[in-house]
Write a protein that binds this ligand. Structure first.
Ligand SMILES: NC(=O)C1=CN([C@@H]2O[C@H](COP(=O)(O)OP(=O)(O)OC[C@H]3O[C@@H](n4cnc5c(N)ncnc54)[C@H](O)[C@@H]3O)[C@@H](O)[C@H]2O)C=CC1
Ligand SMILES: O=C([O-])CC(=O)C(=O)O
Length: 343
């Protein structure tokens, strides 16, 4: 119980505090009726920093909202109809928009195999967000994150409202997994394991930096590396055709949203890993990269450098950068070639 509380070091611990009137925060979930969307909505309802919870999906958002709204916390919950005006109303005035809308993997698929379906879903939701919530923090969960984040950026650029500090690919699950897997090996509490994971969010683009942890001996542990890079596949296989990680992802998404709200409300030193528009490898033509990012009232305040790494980790990073470049270019090209309908 206590370990679980500490592991979810955001929402549960902050229940002791209540949001003040000045800290009204509308949080919108697009894809709220899905495997991730439902438990994510539940966790956001439990978070006192969220004062207005807006749920949108192409199906059943009003039903999920009715259910979640009975939970006895103060926030208002609204479910919106799957219409353009419903989507616009869900987004209007949002401070944080989480996007888990899209299809999940089945066994044998890579995240990139989801591109054809999810690219247009994310593009169209991004258009709606650019129109109705241009200043919101946009948290992209839909896969492939390495490509869907650049898609959102391109849509916002075309709409003339792109703010690189407010667009985030949610890679929190990679560090959640890494700390858990390390704790299983070391017999430690995962809350004490801070494992930095950089790069992107699929296969070899996920690069854990054990040399920077308190267990540099884990750098050569091939089984652990495989679990961190392919942890998503473990869940896809175990669910056997019924989807991918939903519950752990909901926790990871809620943690990231909580960190953003905390930082927006003035808490200093809030650092999360996330896939952002990043200067770190722009000289190699790589516009987005996941690393530790300090959050603040303006979103991504400071992108922390990768720092000193082991030679073996450098080899992993080189493989990551080569894949990442292609994934990003694919997202950018998609929007150029498929601009979609005007709203
Ligand atoms: N970033 C990460 O670490 C992770 C990302 N994911 C990704 O999250 C996405 C969602 O996964 P699940 O929730 O398991 O899938 P799901 O199929 O259970 O739910 C997706 C929801 O999106 C809705 N949806 C589809 N098109 C929509 C649209 N145009 N507007 C609004 N809602 C729409 C569906 O109706 C459905 O309720 C997948 O792409 C999955 O790969 C999953 C786990 C971790
Ligand atoms: O593996 C998947 O398809 C879902 C995902 O991104 C993860 O669990 O990390």
């Amino acid at each position: 119980m206590f370990a679980a509380r500490r592991a979810f070091s955001g929402a549960l611990q902050t229940r002791a505090f209540s949001a003040s009137a000045r800290d009204l925060s509308k949080v919108t979930v697009l894809g709220a009726a899905g495997g991730i969307g439902q438990p994510l909505s539940l966790l956001l309802k439990l978070n006192p920093r969220v004062t207005d919870l807006a749920l949108y999906d192409i199906r059943m958002a009003p039903g999920v909202a009715a259910d979640v709204s009975h939970i006895n916390t103060k926030s208002k919950v609204t479910g919106y109809d799957p219409t353009p005006s419903g989507l616009a109303a869900a987004l209007n005035g949002a401070e944080v928009v989480l996007i888990p809308a899209g299809v999940p993997r089945k066994p044998g698929m890579t995240r990139d195999d989801l591109f054809n379906t999810n690219a247009s879903i994310v593009r169209d939701l991004a258009k709606a967000a650019a129109a109705s919530a241009p200043d919101a923090n946009i948290l992209v969960i839909s896969n492939p994150v390495n490509s869907t984040v650049p898609i959102v950026a391109e849509v916002f650029k075309k709409a003339g409202v792109y703010n690189p500090k407010r667009l985030f690919g949610v890679t929190t699950l990679d560090v959640v997994r890494a700390s858990r897997f390390v704790s299983e090996i070391k017999g430690s509490d995962p809350a004490d394991e801070n494992i930095v994971v950089v790069g992107g969010h699929s296969g070899v683009t996920i690069v854990p930096l054990f040399s920077q942890s308190s267990h540099p001996d884990l750098v050569g542990n091939a089984d652990l590396l495989k679990r961190v890079q392919f942890g998503g596949d473990e869940v896809v296989q175990a669910k056997d055709g019924a989807g991918s990680a939903t519950l752990s992802m909901a926790m990871a998404g809620a943690r990231f949203a909580e960190s953003l709200l905390k930082a927006a409300q003035g808490e200093k030193g809030v650092i999360e890993p996330t896939f952002v528009d990043s200067p770190l490898y722009k000289d190699q033509g790589i516009e987005f990269f996941a690393s530790q990012v300090e959050l603040g009232p303006n979103g991504a305040e400071k992108i922390l450098p990768v720092g000193k790494i082991d030679a073996a980790e450098q080899t992993l990073l080189d493989a990551c950068l080569s894949d990442l470049k292609k994934n990003i270019a694919k997202g950018v090209a998609f929007v150029a070639e498929n601009p979609g309908k005007d709203l």
